[in-house]
Design a protein around this ligand. Structure first.
Ligand SMILES: Nc1ncnc2c1ncn2[C@@H]1O[C@H](COP(=O)(O)OP(=O)(O)OP(=O)(O)O)[C@@H](O)[C@H]1O
Ligand SMILES: [Mg+2]
Length: 187
């Protein structure tokens, strides 16, 4: 349930949004939804929605060209999950772990990964368990070494807005997406 003070910031009613449960020809997609975000704040608000309904262990793959809004989505998610202080893309460190009272959030940016073997020293396996949510930018670079994503978020920059397509890839992802879509309406 949204708190009153959060309601206006989170209000997505003005944003174009559509969903489908038998999404597309894309193999492995269980459900899909699409938002058009007209500003960075609106991209953050979409990320925040997913944080408010987060399961206890889950992975979000953030895909899209350079500058399409992956870190912005992650920032909205992290803030709504209770993370304070700066949120920067871990482009050079590959990984940042944020602690909140309720859970830990692992934010990965694999853009600069040269070799999937570079992931080994990060000890990611340790975090593939309840209490950890993963947000992964450029997940294709770590293919085979990461747990499967529950949600695939594809962002695309445009002149008037950024398009955010979310596809559920697991049953958990499908239930999560459904929760997001049914979450509290705007005032
Ligand atoms: N919906 C939007 N409308 C306009 N600008 C946006 C929107 N979403 C994000 N931005 C802006 O786009 C810029 C790039 O965003 P961001 O850093 O999140 O992209 P990214 O996909 O993480 O890039 P990279 O691939 O380099 O990690 C930022 O200045 C951000 O404020
Ligand atoms: Mg980024």
């Amino acid at each position: 349930m949204l708190q009153p003070e959060e309601a206006s910031a989170d209000c997505l009613q003005a944003m174009s949004h559509e969903s489908s449960t038998t999404a597309s020809t894309d193999k492995g997609v269980l459900a899909g939804a699409r938002w058009l975000a007209g500003s960075a704040e609106e991209t953050e608000a979409v990320g925040a929605r997913f944080a408010r309904t987060r399961p206890t262990f889950s992975l979000i793959a953030l895909e899209g060209d350079l500058g399409s809004g992956k870190t912005t989505f992650a920032r909205g998610f992290l803030r709504a999950a209770g993370v304070r202080g700066p949120v920067r893309s871990p482009t050079y460190t590959l990984m940042e772990v944020y602690e909140t009272p309720a859970l830990s959030i692992v934010h990965l940016d694999l853009y600069r990964l040269q070799d999937p073997g570079e992931l080994e020293p990060l000890g990611l396996r340790e975090w593939a368990r309840p209490g950890y949510v993963w947000l992964i930018e450029w997940p294709d670079r770590g293919e085979g070494l990461l747990p499967p994503a529950d949600l695939r978020v594809r962002l695309q920059g445009g002149i008037a807005s950024h398009e955010i397509n979310v596809n559920a890839r697991t049953a958990l992802g499908k239930a999560w997406l459904s929760l997001v879509e049914n979450a509290a309406a705007c005032p």
